[in-house]
Design a protein. Structure first.
Ligand SMILES: [Zn+2]
Length: 243
């Protein structure tokens, strides 16, 4: 059965870099994907003469190209790149998006990650976006009494069945992306102002190899997944998702 999948990330390219292989597989299986971008990535330029509007226009055009590859809809929230905080305003906006799209699966950042791969300090926007997404998922999206103004907009509570978080140090789900790896690199490189094919392939092959090692997969994406339910006690009784 076709599922609705919603990604909630800070920047254009975050969904593609973190979960692009998994998204390509889901798209090929006929699932409906919506990409929600909290910022437009408006700081994503090294040219001091670039103005903000020009950067936004460029990055939106790149995102349109990448989204077309996934057959995905795009929603942008227009927050300022590099300044993201997990505020109640952001939480309300993410609940609004989830109640509109009504996804079966939400994909977002793991907010607990500060460092990766011995070389990388996680972008504070990624932690803020993940933090806000997790707090929107529980309990606000499924509870009518939180943000009653959304009920007034006609947006009823919704229960998301599964949450897929990454990058993570607590993986419990691995997706074999060997068959779509070349297309994942193309998908990432649709964000041409940020990624060039040579180093992108080397870097993401290293990441995919590392992710696959634990499960004997050549190339993988790994996630921390949670299975949610309308009744939290029932979800605890049911236990974690099968590996
Ligand atoms: Zn990012």
């Amino acid at each position: 059965m076709s599922k609705r999948i919603l990604t909630l990330f800070a920047h254009p390219d975050d969904a593609e870099t973190m979960a692009g292989g998994t998204l390509l597989k889901w798209a090929a299986e006929g699932h409906a994907i919506t990409l929600c971008l909290i910022t437009d990535g408006d700081k994503g330029t090294a040219d001091p003469n670039d103005n903000r509007d020009a950067v936004i226009a460029r990055r939106r055009a790149e995102q349109t190209t990448a989204a077309a590859r996934l057959g995905a809809q795009v929603i942008t929230l227009g927050y300022e790149d590099g300044m993201l905080q997990p505020t109640l305003d952001l939480r309300r906006n993410l609940v609004r998006v989830m109640r509109r799209v009504r996804p079966d699966i939400v994909v977002a950042n793991d907010p607990t990650i500060w460092f990766r791969h011995g070389t990388y300090i996680n972008h504070p926007d990624h932690r803020a976006a993940g933090h806000a997404a997790v707090e929107a998922l529980y309990p606000a999206v499924k509870k009518a009494s939180i943000f009653p103004e959304l009920i007034a907009e006609g947006l009823q509570p919704h229960v998301v069945q599964e949450v897929w978080l990454g990058p993570t140090g607590e993986a419990n789900t691995w997706v074999d992306i060997a068959g779509v790896f070349d297309r994942k690199i193309e998908l990432i490189c649709d964000h041409a102002s940020q990624f060039s094919p040579g180093p992108t392939r080397v870097a993401f092959e290293r990441i995919a190899r590392e992710a696959g090692q634990e499960r004997g997969l050549a190339l993988a994406e790994s996630f921390r997944t949670l299975r949610l339910a309308a009744n939290t006690v029932q979800s605890l009784a049911d236990g974690p998702p099968a590996p």
